[in-house]
Unconditional design. Structure first.
Length: 413
């Protein structure tokens, strides 16, 4: 194992393995019991980091961009990171994207992205989501059964985002696999990242020649004077961060509605709505499980731990949302409480227009599905549902369902 900066090297928890798929909530409880609000972890290859489990501690880290910087050049472990490290797409060095930009330039780039997304007409966005949702449902609605993840949730967000960003529908379809590979952090991660990058640079080249009413064209025309490299990198972030968490938000919300008695009535318009289920998921089963990361700019203390300058801190979103100090009654529904940290916190949180875009796509996708297939039902025991092996995002590998076959609507399909 690489020399570890924390004294508890032997007790450090690997940020991988089956328990992150099968019982992450229990794992986080054990980590909090054994280590407190900040736990030592190891990444692939024995690379050390800290996982921030406490709600208040995470709030502190995300809210102090000077002490806990987004500048990955500060990392003390770079000499131990091989060029083919599968987590590089998620923890990159010298990436000229908004994720690793700090200070006034970050503020300007965040404004550019927000302006470009805010200009999207919400009615047009919803119409695109409905159109693609109907097209996808038409492909399986006559069969009486499908895997709702592979045939629907994993396809819808990328197609809608591609449309509003200015990417052709055909190219948008091909991006889904690349994004999944990149985020899962396995052997195909770097290839997925390269395909996404090539697609974004090709898009910008086309928009220089023929700009349109789309997000990419608005970003190119922004008066901030951003380079094509900066815009392409930010579009990559927007596509990856906009697609996969939204797909998992849809899948996790549908799983809740199909397996939890409190939401069973929702499928026929009952007492708990789609919006309530989606809000509950952001607390209890958030798609964004852990976020990399922040780097300590100097020695400090956090949650009783000595954090050395250059240490990597991972934001444990799912663990912080379940912190018993802020969730004193985890068994009750959260209602309209939106104090979850699922979209982050501080100046590096997900921009509000991006949150709204994700919510429109996810909610529209769920509502269209339930409208078209009102008697949809789970086709496997709930305890047999499995999750993808990603340390970052929590999503289902599949969600098999049955329903009464219905005729296709004859849309674009």
């Amino acid at each position: 194992m690489t020399q570890c900066p924390h004294a508890e090297t032997a007790a450090a928890v690997p940020l991988s393995g089956p328990r992150f798929q099968t019982e992450p909530a229990q794992l986080y409880r054990e980590m909090r019991r054994d280590h407190g609000s900040v736990a030592p972890v190891v990444l692939d290859g024995g690379i050390p980091a800290w996982l921030v489990l406490g709600y208040r501690e995470l709030h502190q880290v995300a809210g102090d961009p000077v002490l806990f910087s987004r500048d990955s050049d500060l990392w003390s472990q770079w000499e131990n990171i091989p060029d083919d490290w599968p987590l590089l797409p998620m923890i990159g060095r010298k990436q000229p994207s908004i994720l690793y930009t700090v200070g006034p330039r970050h503020v300007e780039r965040a404004r550019m992205i927000s302006d470009a997304l805010e200009a999207v007409d919400p009615f047009v966005l919803k119409r695109h989501a409905e159109e693609f949702a109907d097209e996808l449902i038409d492909r399986f609605c006559t069969t009486g059964a499908t895997d709702i993840i592979a045939s629907y949730a994993m396809l819808l967000p990328a197609r809608v985002l591609a449309r509003i960003y200015g990417v052709s529908d055909e190219t948008g379809d091909a991006l889904v696999g690349s994004i999944n590979d990149m985020i899962d952090g396995r052997e195909r991660a770097l290839a997925g990242q390269q395909h996404l990058a090539t697609t974004m640079f090709d898009l910008l080249a086309a928009k220089h020649v023929e700009p349109g009413d789309d997000v990419a064209s608005r970003m190119l025309a922004d008066p901030g004077g951003f380079t094509d490299e900066e815009v392409a990198q930010d579009l990559m972030v927007m596509m990856a961060a906009g697609h996969q968490p939204t797909a998992d938000w849809m899948g996790n919300s549908l799983r809740l509605m199909l397996t939890d008695d409190r939401f069973a009535a929702s499928l026929s318009g009952g007492r708990h709505s789609v919006a309530e289920a989606m809000n509950e998921v952001l607390w209890e089963d958030t798609p964004t499980q852990n976020v990399a990361g922040r780097w300590a700019s100097r020695d400090t203390r956090l949650g009783g731990r000595h954090i050395q300058s250059g240490d990597l801190l991972l934001l444990g979103i799912a663990a912080a949302n379940a912190d018993p100090q802020v969730r004193t009654d985890g068994s009750s529904l959260t209602g309209g409480n939106n104090a979850f940290l699922s979209f982050g916190h501080g100046e590096h949180r997900c921009p509000f227009p991006a949150q709204e875009t994700a919510e429109v796509i996810a909610r529209t996708g769920i509502e269209v599905l339930l409208d078209r297939l009102p008697d949809i039902d789970l086709d496997t025991p709930a305890e047999q549902l499995t999750r993808r092996p990603s340390p970052w995002l929590r999503g289902l590998t599949d969600l098999p369902v049955t329903f009464t076959p219905t005729p296709a609507t004859g849309g674009r399909a």
